[in-house]
Write a protein that binds this ligand. Structure first.
Ligand code: BGC
Length: 455
């Protein structure tokens, strides 16, 4: 059966990346070090000893990459700016070469008809600020809103869609609780404080935007819907804790000005309530749009050993899993979008990341990279977005993660998420089948989703 998957007029099709994952030259031309430079250069932290020193070299090749986006017909590019590239120590002295880089990138995008979507923070805190406590220092909201204000003043005429933070949950879960991501801390006492300061910093940056900006600002969260493994009270309670910890911990404060009740159950004695009421006023500044990153779901059961949430995922027999071990579950994207609307209201939404790492064969002699699993993943997930739109959810755009294979954080270059293959020796870019498929989807505003070939 062929289903009509034509998207609303003006639907924004694009791709996403993040500064440290693609730019390279992270300390060139006066830029300061970020926590990711430091983490990557700490032996044992990144698979294979990889670093973002060169990454996809987008700092130097951005013109080619933008040209590629235009050739694929993409209408938007979601990228992040590196705080320590523009403010080497995180505050005070500006690095003109850093600002100039983003100036040129934005102009090049606009010249090519690609709309810039700018995320102010995708995990690369200036190392100099980490030395002052980073996200644990209550002053961080001032540091962040000063940095944000600098960017608004410089770019708000040309950038019309802003995001404050990318995935605060990953920042604290990976960076402050389990230590797998920079800055590599492992503390149940630090994690809730880092989250709270991230949220305050988001609020402070939104507030600053109201004074300086003319367009739209929001935040990007990753949502992983939790489905119960059984109807037992233990599993249902585990689902509630996991959902509160990963999903509602950030959205409830932003939309409702409070944390979910389950947070104290998750963190026990290390949950530092009560929080100052004034903080929630700052955190819950109205936002104009919300970015949703979706990769997978979790079928959740109680699991005492899985600290601190005491909930774990049950592997699904017969399901497809990606190279990062994530179940392919497109229905979860429709469910997520309808859930967001139902719980938080009718705010404009954008899929700010969605994609998958699969094993890709080397580029063939005829230049082809066949990645049928990624094609199938994109087809099903983009269709799931369409389904949500048909159910009345206001989704304005879709950004595939990622334009390019890039540094997959602590997994280094071992996992490839790109629709464009990158040869990290030569920096050659080769469109995979998924890029060609996505280009057809964009050109037909969804029509090509109904094609029967390629998964
Ligand atoms: C992040 C990306 C990352 C992707 C795949 C998201 O959590 O925002 O930076 O590469 O997932 O792991």
């Amino acid at each position: 059966m062929t289903v009509n998957r034509i998207f609303p007029e003006g639907f924004l099709w694009g791709s996403a990346t993040a500064a440290y994952q693609v730019e390279g030259s992270s300390t060139a031309d006066g830029a300061g070090m970020s926590i990711w430079d430091r983490f990557a250069h700490t032996p044992g932290m990144i698979f294979g000893g990889d670093t973002g020193d060169t990454a996809c070299d987008q700092y130097r090749l951005y013109r080619d990459d933008v040209k590629l986006m235009a050739e694929l017909g993409l209408k938007a590019y979601r990228f992040s700016t590196s705080w320590s590239r523009v403010l080497p120590t995180g505050r005070g002295q500006v690095n003109p070469a850093g600002l100039d880089y983003y100036d040129r990138l934005i102009d090049t995008l606009l010249e090519n008809g690609v709309e810039p979507l700018l995320t102010l923070y995708h995990w690369d805190m200036p190392a100099a600020l980490e030395d002052c406590g980073g996200w644990l220092n209550p002053e961080v909201s001032d540091w962040f809103s000063d940095y944000a204000s600098l960017m608004y003043r410089k770019f708000d005429g040309r950038v019309k869609t802003w995001a404050t933070l990318n995935e605060p949950w990953v920042i604290t879960d990976g960076g402050y609780l389990h230590g797998a991501l920079a800055p590599g801390h492992k503390s149940p006492y630090e994690a809730p404080i880092a989250s709270h300061h991230l949220l305050r910093s988001h609020g402070a940056a939104v507030k600053a935007y109201r004074a300086l900006g003319k367009h739209r600002i929001g935040i990007v969260v990753n949502i992983e819907p939790k489905y119960p493994a059984s109807q037992s009270p233990e599993d249902l309670a585990a689902v509630a804790r996991a959902d509160a910890y990963m999903n509602r911990q950030y959205l409830d404060p932003v939309f409702f000005g409070r944390y979910p009740d389950e947070m104290s159950e998750v963190f026990g004695a290390s949950w530092p309530a009560p929080w100052a009421a004034a903080d929630f006023e700052l955190i819950s500044q109205p936002i104009d749009w919300l970015g949703v990153n979706y990769y997978t779901r979790s079928v959740t059961q109680q699991k005492e050993a899985s600290w601190p949430v005491r909930a774990g995922a049950v592997r699904q027999v017969g399901a497809t899993y990606t190279e990062t071990g994530w179940e392919v579950f497109p229905q979860g994207l429709t469910d997520t979008l309808t859930w967001v609307k139902g719980r938080y209201g009718d705010i404009p939404l954008m899929i700010t990341e969605n994609g998958a790492a699969f094993y890709d064969p080397p580029v063939a002699e005829d230049g082809r990279v066949q990645d049928p699993l990624r094609v199938a993943y994109l087809r099903k997930h983009i269709s799931a977005v369409h389904e949500a739109i048909q159910q009345g959810v206001n989704v304005e755009g879709y950004m595939v993660w990622s334009l390019l294979d890039n540094l997959e954080w602590s997994l280094g270059y071992s996992k490839r998420f790109g629709i464009v293959h990158v040869n990290f020796e030569t920096q050659a870019r080769t469109c995979k089948d998924s890029a060609k498929f996505y280009a057809r989807v964009v050109a037909t505003n969804g029509g090509a989703l109904a094609e029967s070939i390629g998964g």
